[in-house]
Design a protein around this ligand. Structure first.
Ligand code: AMP
Length: 114
């Protein structure tokens, strides 16, 4: 079995993190290096490496992650909106090879995000 990712260790409570939401399918915790006043990572318990490795059976969990993003955004009081980011692979600058949504909010975003 492959080594656990840092996110798998956090979800398994082998590493500390500040959780804001948890259920049987995923966990959401604050990013250790926030780039916005609210920066939460929403991570499936199943260690899917990236968007690039999604399969048909993953569609329910992917939909669930977006629903949890909405729940966390409401809990965080992001009434003016927010941004969801998914980095994929080298050009996407994905660092942790465990699928995750970045939920960013609490400030005005710019565009394009390059
Ligand atoms: P990505 O580039 O999309 O793979 O983003 C990975 C994110 O994980 C970065 O924003 C990191 O700051 C964050 N991160 C890495 N290690 C931890 C950790 N132990 N706890 C919380 N966030 C982390």
């Amino acid at each position: 079995m492959a080594d656990k990712t840092v996110f798998q260790k956090i979800l398994d409570k082998e590493m500390p993190a500040e959780f804001v939401y948890e259920d049987e399918l995923c966990g959401a915790f604050r990013d250790v290096k926030p780039v916005a006043p609210t920066h939460v990572l929403i991570v499936p318990r199943r260690a899917i490496p990236s968007v690039g490795e999604l399969v048909a059976d993953d569609r329910l969990i992917v939909g669930h992650l977006f629903r949890v993003a909405r729940i966390v955004a409401e809990k965080e009081g992001l009434t003016e909106g927010y941004r969801l980011v998914v980095n994929c692979g080298k050009h996407g600058q994905q660092v942790v090879p465990h699928l995750h949504l970045h939920l960013l909010g609490g400030k005005q975003m710019g565009w394009p995000p390059l």
